[in-house]
Ligand binder design. Sequence first.
Ligand code: DC
Length: 241
Amino acid sequence: MHIPDIIIAIDGYSSTGKSTFAKLIASEFGFLYLDSGALYRGVTLYAMEHGIIKDDNSIDLGKLKPALTDLDIRFRSSDKGSLTYIGDRCVEKEIRTLAVSDKVSPIAAVPEVREYVDRKLREFGKKKRIVMDGRDIGTTVFPEAELKIFMTASPEVRAERRLKELLAKGENVSYEDVLHNLAERDRIDSSRETSPLAKADDALILDNSDMTLDDQIKWVKAVLSDRFGNHAEKPMKFGKS
Ligand code: DC
């Protein structure tokens, strides 16, 4: 199936499998995958290492705002996929720790941080043929995206998935820690003033609590075929065909 030059925006709650899903779509259709959360995580790591965010999550805005002018966060591709760098330092591992996850939502609520990240994301969007995942891609970054998907799953399923990932990386965390971190991030991400996590009116909801990755790919292929395929197959409703 040939897909025209479009932007696919994937938003949703933490640990709903957005990035795995987005990466698969990108490789299936030859699109570029972009992880907007990695940029927020990069800013957060920088803020932690420079004493800009404290243990109580208070933020030294006087230091953070000017630092953004020179902060060089970029993606570089490798045989392991896209990796996040601050300058020449690869920070891909550090930005995925629970320590960074615990601080990222307050940092992502700072309007100047959002402007910094949005500017970078929109640069990538100019060429189209991208799949971007995040919290506000369909509502704020690319409201004109041709396909918007909003992902959700039950908190317990999400916490189990996240716990598995962190344990596999050697982090010593409990199910309760992870569940608490997810609930806290959902709360802050959904209630912040600037670009809160929200479903765009024209986004399709994908609740993958009981879906395998294969089910999800079948679902998106049916949606794409319905909207953009030359020989549109009948749109498939998950579980009914
Ligand atoms: O997708 P993620 O879990 O790696 O994102 C980390 C955090 O970054 C998330 O808790 C909220 C924030 N974020 C955001 O506010 N807007 C985005 N578009 C992407 C992420």
